[in-house]
Design a protein. Structure first.
Length: 66
């Protein structure tokens, strides 16, 4: 599998393309927690994204926030 599989296999709403916001909540040299918002109004989706830094930043987990 190549990157195109992951890029094109994901579901998304059109409003995500123009309504996206990311805000760093906590950050150290090796970890970061980001609040991600996608969409607007009734289609607003919020997530907590945890990242780890080794040689580069990598996503460790993505959890929906209610």
């Amino acid at each position: 599998m190549d990157y195109d599989y992951f890029t094109h296999a994901q579901d998304f709403f059109e409003s995500w393309l123009t309504h996206i916001n990311a805000k760093v909540i906590k950050q150290t040299l090796s970890q970061s927690e980001v609040q991600l918002s996608l969409g607007e109004k009734d289609l607003l989706n919020k997530y907590k994204v945890e990242l780890n830094h080794e040689s580069c930043w990598k996503i460790n987990s993505v959890q929906p926030v209610s």
